[in-house]
Design a protein around this ligand. Structure first.
Ligand SMILES: [Ca+2]
Length: 277
Protein backbone atom coordinates (compact mmCIF):
# COMPACT_ATOMS: atom_id res chain seq x y z
CA UNK A 1 0.00 0.00 0.00
CA UNK A 2 2.79 2.41 0.85
CA UNK A 3 4.28 2.65 -2.67
CA UNK A 4 0.85 3.55 -4.04
CA UNK A 5 0.47 6.33 -1.47
CA UNK A 6 3.87 7.72 -2.34
CA UNK A 7 3.01 7.68 -6.01
CA UNK A 8 -0.18 9.56 -5.26
CA UNK A 9 1.88 12.41 -3.80
CA UNK A 10 4.14 12.75 -6.81
CA UNK A 11 3.57 14.09 -10.26
CA UNK A 12 2.45 17.51 -11.48
CA UNK A 13 0.78 19.84 -8.98
CA UNK A 14 -1.96 22.09 -10.37
CA UNK A 15 -1.32 24.68 -7.66
CA UNK A 16 2.00 25.53 -9.34
CA UNK A 17 0.28 26.80 -12.49
CA UNK A 18 0.23 30.58 -12.90
CA UNK A 19 -3.02 31.26 -14.75
CA UNK A 20 -3.33 34.99 -14.22
CA UNK A 21 -1.83 38.03 -12.51
CA UNK A 22 0.05 36.62 -9.51
CA UNK A 23 2.42 38.20 -6.98
CA UNK A 24 5.15 35.57 -7.01
CA UNK A 25 7.55 37.10 -4.49
CA UNK A 26 8.29 40.18 -2.41
CA UNK A 27 11.98 40.26 -1.56
CA UNK A 28 13.44 42.49 1.17
CA UNK A 29 16.99 43.83 1.25
CA UNK A 30 18.06 43.87 3.98
CA UNK A 31 15.85 41.08 5.34
CA UNK A 32 15.87 42.48 8.87
CA UNK A 33 15.86 46.06 10.14
CA UNK A 34 16.72 48.08 13.18
CA UNK A 35 14.18 50.75 14.20
CA UNK A 36 14.37 53.68 11.79
CA UNK A 37 16.13 51.73 9.04
CA UNK A 38 14.73 51.14 5.55
CA UNK A 39 14.54 48.05 3.38
CA UNK A 40 14.17 47.90 -0.39
CA UNK A 41 11.27 45.65 -1.32
CA UNK A 42 11.19 44.10 -4.77
CA UNK A 43 7.74 42.88 -5.77
CA UNK A 44 7.60 40.42 -8.65
CA UNK A 45 4.30 40.05 -10.48
CA UNK A 46 3.76 37.35 -13.09
CA UNK A 47 1.55 38.50 -15.95
CA UNK A 48 1.17 35.44 -18.20
CA UNK A 49 -1.33 37.08 -20.55
CA UNK A 50 0.95 40.10 -21.03
CA UNK A 51 -1.89 42.61 -20.63
CA UNK A 52 0.08 44.78 -18.22
CA UNK A 53 -0.07 45.28 -14.46
CA UNK A 54 -0.16 48.22 -12.09
CA UNK A 55 0.60 47.98 -8.40
CA UNK A 56 -0.71 49.90 -5.40
CA UNK A 57 1.77 49.78 -2.49
CA UNK A 58 1.26 51.09 1.02
CA UNK A 59 3.02 50.68 4.36
CA UNK A 60 0.87 49.09 7.05
CA UNK A 61 1.85 48.20 10.57
CA UNK A 62 -1.29 46.61 11.98
CA UNK A 63 -1.32 45.86 15.69
CA UNK A 64 -5.02 45.01 15.61
CA UNK A 65 -6.56 48.40 14.84
CA UNK A 66 -5.74 48.84 11.17
CA UNK A 67 -2.65 50.50 9.74
CA UNK A 68 -0.76 52.72 12.17
CA UNK A 69 0.35 54.69 9.09
CA UNK A 70 -3.23 55.91 8.50
CA UNK A 71 -2.96 59.25 10.27
CA UNK A 72 -5.70 61.07 8.38
CA UNK A 73 -3.19 62.52 5.91
CA UNK A 74 -4.18 62.73 2.23
CA UNK A 75 -4.09 59.16 0.92
CA UNK A 76 -1.69 60.30 -1.82
CA UNK A 77 0.92 60.81 0.91
CA UNK A 78 0.42 57.27 2.18
CA UNK A 79 0.15 55.07 -0.92
CA UNK A 80 2.33 54.64 -4.02
CA UNK A 81 1.41 53.58 -7.55
CA UNK A 82 4.08 51.41 -9.15
CA UNK A 83 4.55 50.23 -12.72
CA UNK A 84 6.58 47.03 -12.89
CA UNK A 85 9.37 46.73 -15.46
CA UNK A 86 10.11 43.15 -16.57
CA UNK A 87 7.78 41.91 -13.77
CA UNK A 88 9.59 43.81 -11.00
CA UNK A 89 8.87 46.99 -9.07
CA UNK A 90 10.91 48.28 -6.14
CA UNK A 91 9.65 50.27 -3.20
CA UNK A 92 11.06 51.24 0.19
CA UNK A 93 9.61 50.45 3.59
CA UNK A 94 10.91 52.01 6.81
CA UNK A 95 10.80 50.50 10.29
CA UNK A 96 9.15 52.85 12.77
CA UNK A 97 11.70 54.43 15.13
CA UNK A 98 9.11 53.84 17.86
CA UNK A 99 9.99 50.13 17.90
CA UNK A 100 13.25 51.08 19.71
CA UNK A 101 11.30 51.72 22.90
CA UNK A 102 9.62 48.33 22.71
CA UNK A 103 12.86 46.50 21.95
CA UNK A 104 14.62 48.11 24.91
CA UNK A 105 11.79 47.12 27.28
CA UNK A 106 12.09 43.53 28.51
CA UNK A 107 8.36 42.82 28.38
CA UNK A 108 7.43 44.41 25.07
CA UNK A 109 8.27 41.70 22.60
CA UNK A 110 6.04 39.26 24.45
CA UNK A 111 3.09 41.12 22.92
CA UNK A 112 4.27 42.07 19.45
CA UNK A 113 6.92 40.85 17.06
CA UNK A 114 8.18 44.18 15.72
CA UNK A 115 8.01 44.51 11.96
CA UNK A 116 7.83 46.93 9.05
CA UNK A 117 4.86 45.93 6.94
CA UNK A 118 3.56 46.61 3.47
CA UNK A 119 0.66 45.57 1.25
CA UNK A 120 0.74 45.22 -2.51
CA UNK A 121 -2.33 45.13 -4.75
CA UNK A 122 -1.46 44.14 -8.33
CA UNK A 123 -4.14 44.52 -11.00
CA UNK A 124 -4.64 44.70 -14.70
CA UNK A 125 -5.08 48.38 -15.61
CA UNK A 126 -8.60 49.61 -14.87
CA UNK A 127 -9.69 46.41 -13.07
CA UNK A 128 -9.45 47.44 -9.42
CA UNK A 129 -11.51 50.19 -7.79
CA UNK A 130 -8.98 50.93 -4.99
CA UNK A 131 -6.31 51.77 -7.58
CA UNK A 132 -8.72 54.03 -9.48
CA UNK A 133 -9.69 55.73 -6.21
CA UNK A 134 -6.05 56.25 -5.22
CA UNK A 135 -5.30 57.78 -8.62
CA UNK A 136 -8.20 60.21 -8.24
CA UNK A 137 -6.68 61.55 -4.98
CA UNK A 138 -10.04 61.93 -3.21
CA UNK A 139 -10.61 64.84 -0.83
CA UNK A 140 -10.15 63.97 2.85
CA UNK A 141 -13.43 62.88 4.40
CA UNK A 142 -15.19 62.30 1.06
CA UNK A 143 -17.05 59.05 0.44
CA UNK A 144 -14.28 57.93 -1.92
CA UNK A 145 -11.64 58.72 0.69
CA UNK A 146 -13.50 56.70 3.34
CA UNK A 147 -14.00 53.76 0.95
CA UNK A 148 -10.33 53.75 0.01
CA UNK A 149 -9.13 53.93 3.62
CA UNK A 150 -11.48 51.10 4.55
CA UNK A 151 -9.86 48.95 1.87
CA UNK A 152 -6.28 49.95 2.74
CA UNK A 153 -6.76 49.15 6.42
CA UNK A 154 -8.30 45.71 5.77
CA UNK A 155 -7.50 44.67 2.20
CA UNK A 156 -8.12 40.97 2.82
CA UNK A 157 -11.80 41.70 3.43
CA UNK A 158 -11.90 44.23 0.59
CA UNK A 159 -10.60 41.68 -1.94
CA UNK A 160 -14.03 40.06 -1.91
CA UNK A 161 -15.32 43.01 -3.95
CA UNK A 162 -12.56 42.83 -6.58
CA UNK A 163 -12.60 40.69 -9.73
CA UNK A 164 -11.33 37.14 -9.33
CA UNK A 165 -9.30 37.47 -12.52
CA UNK A 166 -6.56 40.02 -12.95
CA UNK A 167 -6.13 41.01 -9.30
CA UNK A 168 -3.70 39.80 -6.63
CA UNK A 169 -2.91 40.89 -3.07
CA UNK A 170 0.20 40.22 -0.98
CA UNK A 171 1.49 41.30 2.40
CA UNK A 172 5.18 41.53 3.31
CA UNK A 173 6.57 41.89 6.80
CA UNK A 174 10.22 42.72 7.44
CA UNK A 175 11.24 41.76 10.99
CA UNK A 176 12.59 44.56 13.20
CA UNK A 177 15.19 43.82 15.88
CA UNK A 178 18.08 45.47 17.68
CA UNK A 179 20.59 43.18 15.96
CA UNK A 180 23.38 44.80 13.97
CA UNK A 181 24.32 44.11 10.38
CA UNK A 182 26.71 41.30 11.33
CA UNK A 183 24.21 39.42 13.49
CA UNK A 184 20.93 39.74 11.71
CA UNK A 185 19.22 37.28 9.41
CA UNK A 186 20.43 37.20 5.82
CA UNK A 187 18.48 36.33 2.70
CA UNK A 188 19.08 32.81 1.42
CA UNK A 189 20.78 32.23 -1.93
CA UNK A 190 19.21 30.05 -4.57
CA UNK A 191 20.54 28.83 -7.91
CA UNK A 192 19.85 26.12 -10.42
CA UNK A 193 22.67 23.57 -10.00
CA UNK A 194 22.83 22.63 -13.66
CA UNK A 195 22.38 25.93 -15.49
CA UNK A 196 21.00 25.39 -18.97
CA UNK A 197 18.22 26.28 -21.35
CA UNK A 198 14.83 25.11 -20.21
CA UNK A 199 13.37 23.52 -23.30
CA UNK A 200 11.17 20.46 -23.66
CA UNK A 201 9.21 18.65 -26.30
CA UNK A 202 5.45 18.33 -25.73
CA UNK A 203 4.86 15.62 -23.10
CA UNK A 204 8.45 15.80 -21.79
CA UNK A 205 9.74 16.30 -18.25
CA UNK A 206 12.89 17.72 -16.75
CA UNK A 207 14.44 17.66 -13.26
CA UNK A 208 15.42 21.01 -11.74
CA UNK A 209 17.91 20.64 -8.87
CA UNK A 210 18.60 23.74 -6.77
CA UNK A 211 21.59 24.76 -4.69
CA UNK A 212 20.85 26.64 -1.47
CA UNK A 213 22.87 28.75 0.96
CA UNK A 214 21.57 30.12 4.27
CA UNK A 215 22.53 30.30 7.96
CA UNK A 216 19.60 28.00 8.79
CA UNK A 217 19.34 25.68 5.77
CA UNK A 218 17.17 23.17 7.67
CA UNK A 219 14.35 25.73 7.83
CA UNK A 220 14.29 26.57 4.12
CA UNK A 221 11.06 26.03 2.22
CA UNK A 222 10.87 26.13 -1.59
CA UNK A 223 7.73 26.90 -3.61
CA UNK A 224 7.51 26.42 -7.36
CA UNK A 225 5.33 28.21 -9.94
CA UNK A 226 5.17 28.14 -13.71
CA UNK A 227 3.33 29.79 -16.58
CA UNK A 228 4.21 26.95 -18.98
CA UNK A 229 3.29 23.34 -18.16
CA UNK A 230 3.27 22.24 -14.51
CA UNK A 231 5.74 21.69 -11.67
CA UNK A 232 5.76 19.01 -9.02
CA UNK A 233 5.83 19.05 -6.08
CA UNK A 234 4.34 22.46 -5.25
CA UNK A 235 6.56 22.76 -2.16
CA UNK A 236 9.74 21.13 -1.02
CA UNK A 237 12.67 21.77 1.36
CA UNK A 238 16.43 21.80 1.87
CA UNK A 239 16.59 18.01 2.00
CA UNK A 240 14.99 17.54 -1.41
CA UNK A 241 15.57 20.76 -3.37
CA UNK A 242 14.24 19.35 -6.63
CA UNK A 243 11.24 20.09 -8.81
CA UNK A 244 10.14 18.27 -11.93
CA UNK A 245 8.97 20.44 -14.80
CA UNK A 246 6.23 18.73 -16.84
CA UNK A 247 5.85 20.26 -20.31
CA UNK A 248 2.21 19.27 -20.74
CA UNK A 249 0.46 18.85 -24.06
CA UNK A 250 0.63 22.38 -25.48
CA UNK A 251 3.61 24.11 -27.09
CA UNK A 252 4.37 27.64 -25.93
CA UNK A 253 6.64 29.93 -23.96
CA UNK A 254 6.52 30.85 -20.32
CA UNK A 255 8.58 31.24 -17.21
CA UNK A 256 9.40 29.05 -14.23
CA UNK A 257 9.80 30.54 -10.75
CA UNK A 258 11.11 29.12 -7.49
CA UNK A 259 10.85 31.06 -4.23
CA UNK A 260 12.83 30.08 -1.12
CA UNK A 261 11.94 31.35 2.36
CA UNK A 262 13.90 30.89 5.59
CA UNK A 263 10.97 31.34 7.99
CA UNK A 264 12.52 34.47 9.52
CA UNK A 265 11.67 37.00 6.83
CA UNK A 266 14.53 36.13 4.47
CA UNK A 267 13.73 34.99 0.93
CA UNK A 268 15.02 34.76 -2.63
CA UNK A 269 13.60 34.28 -6.10
CA UNK A 270 14.94 32.28 -9.04
CA UNK A 271 13.26 32.45 -12.44
CA UNK A 272 14.02 31.49 -16.00
CA UNK A 273 12.26 31.49 -19.35
CA UNK A 274 11.10 28.09 -20.56
CA UNK A 275 9.95 26.76 -23.92
CA UNK A 276 7.80 23.79 -24.96
CA UNK A 277 8.10 22.83 -28.63
CA1 LIG B 1 18.53 33.45 6.50
Amino acid sequence: MLPLLLLACMGPSDTTIIRDVQIVHVGASPAELQPGESSTLTVTVADPSGQGVEILAWPCTDLGEGCAEDLGQPVSEWVSLLSPVDEDATWTVTASPLWAKLLSADTGSAYFEPYAGAWFLACRPGQCAPIELARSAPAAGSDDDVALRTFLNDPTTGMADLPLDGAALAQRRVPVSDRGEDERNQNPELRLEDERELSLAVGGEQELLFGLIDETPDALQLDGYTSIGTLGPARTDFYSPTFTWYAGEAAGEGRIYVVVRDGEGGSALWRQDAVVE
